[in-house]
Design a protein. Structure first.
Length: 226
């Protein structure tokens, strides 16, 4: 019997199937390669099949899902798509950091600093760090005070959900990543736009490099290096 993940009261009526499915992909309930079944989703989320069907169609047009015969499965990013995604992410996130250095309020900077300190307490828990990492980056997006940039970064981070594993699970990457976060916060706090931009671009570049190394290791482990 599927557990029903259902918001209560008015919230249940307001939240649409699209948002529910997207959130389930983002939090890892459904992962790349998983098959999504309309009837099962309707039961899980406590909604009728019609909005689920419409949500699946919408996600397919956004390339979050792909067809495998008559089934819809969560898309998996190939090597080229991964490179393209990280390129766009690096540029947009770097812009957000530069704008944050110019426009972030003292309160927003204090929040960023506190997030880094709090994350040090959960080193060794890659899934918890991954969730907190998303919140940290989103806070930088908001601190840019540019709504159009925030919208574009939301689209980029939606696609990031198609990567099944977090690089924060790689040996030593969690501590290094937090040091990089600290560098970004220090640069924003110093109101140094150029340093903020460079620090965030380097951070994304290191994450991408780690992902490539981890993917190469997995390929060797399962004998795909021939």
């Amino acid at each position: 019997m599927l557990a029903i993940l259902r918001p209560t009261g008015n919230r249940a009526r307001m939240k649409d199937a699209y948002s529910l499915i997207l959130a389930a992909i983002d939090n890892g309930t459904y992962r790349p390669g998983d098959r999504l079944v309309e009837s099962e989703l309707a039961e899980r989320f406590g909604v009728s099949r019609t909005p689920v069907r419409e949500a699946l169609q919408r996600l397919e047009t956004q390339s979050m899902l792909k067809r495998d015969g008559r089934s819809l499965i969560i898309a998996t990013l190939d090597h080229n798509q991964l490179a393209e995604l990280y390129t766009v992410r690096a540029e947009l996130e770097a812009l957000a950091a530069r704008l944050a250095a110019n426009h972030a309020t003292p309160e927003e900077i204090r929040v960023l600093a506190s997030m880094v300190e709090e994350d040090r307490r959960i080193l060794g828990d890659p899934q918890a760090l991954s969730r907190s990492n998303r919140r940290f980056h989103h806070q930088i997006h908001l601190a840019s005070h540019n709504r159009y940039l925030v919208q574009q970064l939301d689209l980029v981070h939606r696609s990031m959900a198609l990567m099944a594993r977090t690089t924060l699970a790689a040996k030593g990457r969690d501590a290094v990543s937090l040091d990089e976060h600290q560098e970004i916060v220090d640069a924003i706090n110093a109101r140094d736009a150029k340093r903020s931009e460079e620090a965030l671009r380097k951070h994304i570049s290191m994450a991408y490099e780690t992902r490539l190394k981890e993917e190469a290791k997995r390929a060797v482990d399962i004998g795909l290096d021939e």
